[in-house]
Every structure is written in structure tokens, then in C-alpha cells.
Ligand binder design. Structure first.
Ligand SMILES: Nc1nc2c(c(=O)[nH]1)N[C@H]1C(S)=C(S)[C@@H](COP(=O)(O)O)O[C@H]1N2
Ligand SMILES: [Mo]
Length: 503
């Protein structure tokens, strides 16, 4: 084994030890203080919008795993180079490498939103572990003819053991840190009774066809989109909401106080602006919570405060028109989703839900603040990255069954899907088979204009290849446009179209 290889392996071993030790310390200091998470968070916030949109497209919600793996690979490459330099030239290179990485990790951890003062500790302890590992593994000096058999055997044992140990400690720590979150606190929440309940679910809201999205999306199937590399763990006991900024009276409310307020319950379909035509970044749930309007009324927004910026515990922001939060659409601070306390990944203990607006301008999870300001004065998270500041949900429709590329049998076939135009409502859905006439689909019932709507059409499928296309019209009489546009900057447009081969 050449000195260079030896040094490179020693460098990688030291880096692995550093990451694992830092992860273990972060069990005590909070997952967000682990250098991988902190640096990853800086990268998420810093990458140009185009790259992130690409990542969302390619990795869907797995882009976070891809980011962590990418960071680890880069770190390993850097550690290998500095380790090789340390072994062949001067030990100083190794220490400098560790120093640079520790500095990056510490600065990242300390500058994250709401970072505690001790956020530097995991990286510091990890850096010390790296120095110790590098010092130990580089101690044997090669002779003129290279490392002896004994030296190599010793090194492989030490490096192999450290790497295996680091893998176990690293993964176990991360697992433990997640396990140890606020699950127990969530389970202890008693969802209060509702004083103004959702219009009952009409029996004919759900056609219950295989492959057709159910009218109510179960929590476990509800799409997940956020910028948080680790799910924030917010204890209800520590939760407060501060309403401040351009208000006559600042209001702060605790979780217990929130639960004592009149509770409303509404079916609301949430959609992500990144959803492609035909995509799955949309879901419908029964949300329970407190009217935002009532809380804002107590704070008394000043004239000209046309934007409410909702800010999460981890610094994400969404900007919503104040007028929308004050009108009669019942925007709410949700504490429950489909009858359960809000799931942790969907924003426990409190999130905002606003009918008719995309999530990125309204649906802040792990909510901490509402700040009254103006659109002229502040750009929220995604607006800084080029997305539109004002974005109402565009009318859209999707074919769920038959499946794209499916091979159904010839004969009677039900074509079905969902259509949405939240807060305007869907009045018509039409389906086109090949180049034929547009045929009006049957619309299923809905509790309000704020949800998506199932539709279905009976068709006698004839053998051969067919193209099925769907389009919806909202209650204002506007039919969704066939002009194809990407999600960026304010939502995708175009008709959903699938191909099937009838057998
Ligand atoms: N704190 C926080 N809230 C957030 C986001 C985020 O990144 N951080 N993303 C928003 C976006 S873009 C969408 S589409 C919805 C998604 O909510 P869900 O994950 O519960 O489906 O959350 C919104 N709320
Ligand atoms: Mo989104």
C-alpha cells in the first residue's frame, strides 16, 4: 500500500468518525445542530431555484436523502485528498482540512434560524474526534520500501473498526434522535370538540374506485413537501404563536390557549405549486383549527399591512394576502388533520391552512409567527427564489383510472379522476377520447368549493391504442387552459392526457 492510499483511507476514516460523533452529540443538542444537517440546510437555502426544482423533479421528496448522500460523498473526497497530503507531505494538511470543515460546520450550525448558542458543540467534538483518529492512524511511519505487512494489518484493523463503528453510531444516533422527538407529546394531545363542524361529507363524494384517489387522503398517504432536512420537533408545551409587525396590539398565544378557542372543521384540498400536470402533490383532508381571522382581529392590523408572513420554527416563510386571511373563506391555524393531532411531518403542533392558495404562499408548518407587513417590504422564502408572490390555485384535472400506459380489457370501462379549483369550485369536467367530441363526465358531490372533486365517465373501450384527455371548468365558467406551462413561477397548466392500449 502506498503512502497516498494509506493517507486517503486515514482521512476518510477520520471524517467518518467526526460525522458519527457529531451525530451522537446532536442527540443532546438537537438534530439541527449536527453539521451534516446544518450544512445541508445552508445548501438547500442557497442553491439556485432551478437546481432545487430539478432536484424536486428528479428525486421527488427524496431530494433530501440525495443531498445528504451527495454531501457525504463530497466530504469523503475532500477527506481523502487532505489525508493523502497529510501522509505524503505534512500532517498540517490533515489538520487544516479538519479545521476548514469544522469551521464550515460551526458557522452553518450557528447561523441556522433559531440556533441555540451551543450549536457549535457537535461539530467541535466531531473535529476533535477526527484529529484523534488522524493522529492515531498516521502514527506508523513507512520505511523506504513502504509500509510493512504488520503496519498495514494494524492500519486496516484500526481503520476498518473505526469505519464500522462510525457507521453504527452515526445511523443509530440519527435514528434515535428522530425516535426521541415529540411523538409522546403528540399522542397526549386531546383534540377538542368542534364548535363549527365541516359540512358533513356527502355520501356521494367518493366513487371508491380502485386507483381513483379517495376523496379524503389518509394522513399516511398525504404528500410531503418542505425545506426541512430534519423534521422539526416542536413540543406543544413550548409552542407559542406571536402575531406582530404592523399591528396595533401584539398578540402571543400558547398551545393551551389556542385549544380553548372556538374550533372549526373544514375539508380543504392542499396543493403544491410544484405539482406537474397529472402529478400527485395534492391531497384533501379534514382540518380542524382556529380561524386566523379572529386572531388577526385581536391584533388589529394597521392600514397598508397587506401581507401576513407566517414563519416556521426553522425560518421558512410564506406570504399570504391579509385580505384572504380576513375574508370568509375560513383560513385556519390547524391543530388536527383527519381527526388526529397534526402529524409531526405535517407541521405539529400548529400549521396554517388557507383554501384556494398554493402551499408555498399559505400553508406554513411548525408555525411560530405571523408578521404583518406588506408585499412591497418583504419577500417570503420561495419569492426570493423567483416564484410568484401571489398565487391562487389554477383549475386542474387528472385522470386516475385507467392508469397511463394501462392495458384495460375491451368493453364497459369507467374513466375517473379528480378535478380542482379550490375556493372557486369545479362546475364541469369533460373527457376526450382520441380526437372525439368532449364528453361531459359525471361530477361527484362535494362538501364545499374548497375541495377537489371526483368525476367519472362510462365508456365502452374499443380494442387498440387510445389517448384520453381531461379538462375542467370552474364555477366562474373558466375552462382550464390547454397552454402547457411548467410549475415555475405560479403553477403548471395544460391538460392531463394519458395513453392506454385496450386489449
Ligand atoms: N415550515 C414549512 N412549511 C411549509 C413548507 C416548508 O418548506 N416549510 N412548504 C410549503 C409547501 S411548498 C407546501 S406545498 C405545503 C405542503 O404541506 P404538506 O407537506 O403537509 O403536504 O407546506 C408548506 N409549508
Ligand atoms: Mo409547495
Amino acid at each position: 500500500m502506498r503512502s497516498r492510499t494509506y493517507g486517503a483511507l486515514a482521512g476518510i476514516t477520520a471524517a467518518a468518525a467526526a460525522i458519527a460523533v457529531a451525530e451522537a452529540v446532536a442527540i443532546l443538542t438537537g438534530a439541527a445542530t449536527a453539521p451534516l444537517v446544518a450544512v445541508g440546510g445552508v445548501v438547500v437555502d442557497a442553491v439556485p431555484a432551478g437546481v432545487k426544482n430539478f432536484a424536486v423533479d428528479v428525486f421527488y421528496t427524496y431530494d433530501k436523502v440525495a443531498l445528504l448522500v451527495g454531501t457525504l460523498v463530497l466530504l469523503a473526497a475532500f477527506a481523502a485528498v487532505t489525508g493523502a497530503l497529510a501522509a505524503t507531505r505534512n500532517r498540517i494538511y490533515g489538520y487544516a482540512g479538519i479545521g476548514i470543515f469544522a469551521a464550515v460546520g460551526i458557522v452553518a450550525a450557528l447561523t441556522r434560524h433559531n440556533a441555540p448558542w451551543y450549536a457549535f458543540v457537535p461539530t467541535l467534538v466531531g473535529g476533535i474526534a477526527a484529529v484523534a483518529v488522524l493522529e492515531t492512524t498516521l502514527r506508523p511511519k513507512p520505511s523506504e520500501s513502504g509500509y510493512t505487512y504488520e503496519q498495514r494489518r494494524w492500519f486496516l484493523r484500526v481503520a476498518g473498526g473505526t469505519l464500522a463503528g462510525a457507521a453504527v453510531v452515526g445511523f443509530a444516533s440519527r435514528w434515535w434522535a428522530t425516535r426521541r422527538g415529540v411523538q409522546a407529546e403528540r399522542a397526549a394531545v386531546q383534540v377538542p370538540a368542534v364548535s363549527d363542524s365541516a359540512a358533513g361529507l356527502p355520501p356521494q363524494a367518493d366513487a371508491q374506485l380502485p386507483d381513483l384517489a379517495p376523496f379524503v387522503t389518509p394522513n399516511k398517504d398525504f404528500y410531503l413537501i418542505d425545506t426541512a432536512l430534519v423534521v422539526p420537533q416542536v413540543s406543544p408545551a413550548d409552542w407559542t404563536l406571536r402575531i406582530h409587525g404592523r399591528v396595533d396590539r401584539e398578540v402571543t398565544i400558547t398551545y393551551d390557549e389556542l385549544l380553548k378557542r372556538p374550533m372549526i372543521e373544514r375539508y380543504i384540498t392542499l396543493a403544491c405549486v410544484s405539482n406537474e400536470v397529472g402529478g400527485g402533490l395534492i391531497g384533501n383532508a379534514k382540518w380542524q383549527g382556529v380561524r386566523v381571522r379572529d386572531l388577526l382581529a385581536e391584533a388589529r392590523p394597521k392600514a397598508g399591512a397587506d401581507q401576513v408572513v407566517s414563519r416556521s420554527v426553522d425560518g421558512f416563510t410564506a406570504g399570504t394576502p391579509t385580505s384572504v386571511l380576513l375574508d370568509d373563506r375560513d383560513a385556519m391555524l390547524a391543530i388536527a388533520m383527519n381527526g388526529e393531532p397534526l402529524p409531526i411531518e405535517h407541521g405539529f403542533p400548529v400549521r396554517m391552512v388557507v383554501p384556494g392558495l398554493y402551499g408555498y404562499v399559505s400553508a406554513t408548518k411548525w408555525l411560530a409567527e405571523l408578521e404583518l407587513t406588506s408585499f412591497a417590504d418583504f419577500d417570503a422564502y420561495w419569492i426570493k427564489r423567483g416564484w410568484a408572490a401571489q398565487a391562487v390555485i389554477k383549475t386542474q384535472s387528472r385522470i386516475d383510472t385507467p392508469r397511463d400506459g394501462g392495458e384495460p380489457k375491451a368493453g364497459p370501462l369507467v374513466i375517473a379522476g379528480v378535478a380542482w379549483a379550490q375556493h372557486r369550485g369545479v362546475s364541469k369536467v369533460e373527457v376526450q377520447v382520441d380526437e372525439g367530441e368532449w364528453q361531459r363526465a359525471e361530477l361527484l358531490a362535494v362538501p364545499s368549493v374548497d375541495t377537489w372533486r371526483q368525476w367519472r365517465l362510462n365508456w365502452t373501450a374499443t380494442p387498440g391504442k387510445h389517448r384520453l384527455t381531461v379538462r375542467a371548468t370552474d364555477n366562474g365558467g373558466q375552462t382550464q387552459t390547454d397552454a402547457v406551462a411548467p410549475p415555475d413561477p405560479d403553477g403548471a397548466t395544460g391538460w392531463h392526457s394519458i395513453e392506454i392500449d385496450v386489449r
